[in-house]
Design a protein around this ligand. Sequence first.
Ligand code: AMP
Ligand code: GLY
Length: 425
Amino acid sequence: MRVLLIGSGGREHALAWKIAASPLLTKLYAAPGNPGIGQDAELVRLDVADHAAVTAFCKDKAIDLVVVGPEGPLVAGIANDLRAAGIRVFGPSKAAARLEGSKGFTKDLCARYNIPTAAYGRFGDLASARAYVEKVGAPIVVKADGLAAGKGVTVAMTKEEAFAALDACFEGSFGEAGAEVVVEEFLTGEEASFFCLCDGATALPLGTAQDHKRVGDGDVGPNTGGMGAYSPAPVMTPDMVERVMREIVEPTMRGMAELGSPFAGVLFAGLMITDNGPKLIEYNTRFGDPECQVLMMRLKDDLLVLLNASVDGQLSHMSARWRDETALTVVMAARGYPGTPEKGSVIRGVEEAQADGVRIFHAGTAINGGALVANGGRVLNVTATGATVAEAREKAYAAIDRIDWPYGFCRRDIGWRAVAREQAN
Ligand code: AMP
Ligand code: GLY
C-alpha cells in the first residue's frame, strides 16, 4: 500500500513508525512531517489546508490511503474532499468531526441520547451566558464552542473568573471559535482518556491513558497540550471500560448514525470518573498527542490492518492485541513553552539515548545546518515500556538524562499518580 500521513507532531511520528512496520506498506509519504518522521517516510511539502493540492498529490502518487493525524484538517473537511475524489481516507467526515469541532453539538447529542456529562447551557451572547453563571454560581466551567488550540476552556473557581472568560470569548480572543460558548457544571473525580477505533457502526476499544496537562511538577502552572502520558490508565478497570462503552461510546455511535453523520476514525473520549460513574468531558476525533505515542508502543497488531478495517467498515470482525506492559512518555519542551518557546537550540544525543524498550519520537524538531534543533513548543517525546509504571518511568528518565539539550525542559514526575498507586498495592 502507498500511504500519505498528514501531520507533523509526535503523534504522527508514532503513527509513521507503526505504519512503516506493516508488511502491507510499500511507500509512506508524510506532509509536512518532521525529521524524525523523515526516518520512516518521504517528507513532502504540501499545504495541507489546500485540499485540491493534497488530492492532486494523491492522484499523482497513486496513494491508497490517507491517514489524517490532527483535528484541524478533519474539521475543515479534508476527508470529504478526498473521498469525493475517490481517495480512501482514515478519519471522520466534517459532519462527524463536529464531535470535536463544536462542544455545543456534542453536549446536545449527550442530552438527546442520555449520555452522562456535566449539566450545561449553550449561549450566543454575553448577557444570557452571564445570567446562567449568576444562577448556577462557581466553580463553573466556560468553554469556547469551537477549536481553540487547547486554550478555550476555563475552569473558573469564582464567578469573576467565569465572567472574564466569557468576556474573552465574546470579545473575539478565540475568533469564530468563541462566538458561541458552553457553560457547564464543574465535575470532580479522576480524569482518564479512552480511545476507540470506529467505522461508522462499530467502535473497537483501543486502550486507555492518562496525561499531564499542566506544565509544572505536581500538576501546577498553565495548561499545555500535554507534558506526558501513560497507558493503561489504572482507573479504567475492565468494568469501567465496559460501562463507558455502554453508557457513552455506543449511544454516541448510534446518535451520529441517526443524525446522518456516522463516525469513522479515532474517537477519543476525555472522561471524568466521578463518584456517580463516568462522565464525558469532551470528545476529540483523532488520536491524542502524546497519548498516541504510548498506545503505539503497546499495540501488537498491524496498525495498517486496523486502519483499513475502519475505512472499509470491517471493524466488527476485528480485535486489537496489546502488550501487558505499561508505556510512559515524557515530553521534552523548549524553554518558554507553553508561552513563546525559544526556537533553534541544538539537541544532541537523541539517537544514542534510544535503547531497548525506549523510543524517542520527534515533535517540534528541524534540521539546521546538519544539526537537530528545537522548532516548536513540545519537541521530543521520550517513550518507554516497562513491567510497571515505575520501571517505564525510570527508563524514560534515564534516556532523557543522556540527551544533551540545555535549552529543553521536562516534568520529572510523569506518572506520579500511577506510581503512588503501585507503591500502595
Ligand atoms: P478540554 O479542553 O475540554 O479537555 O478541557 C481541558 C481540561 O479542563 C480538562 O482536561 C479538565 O481537566 C478540565 N475540565 C473541562 N471540563 C470540565 C468540567 N466540566 N469539570 C471539571 N473540569 C473540567
Ligand atoms: N493530549 C491531549 C490531546 O491530544 O488533545
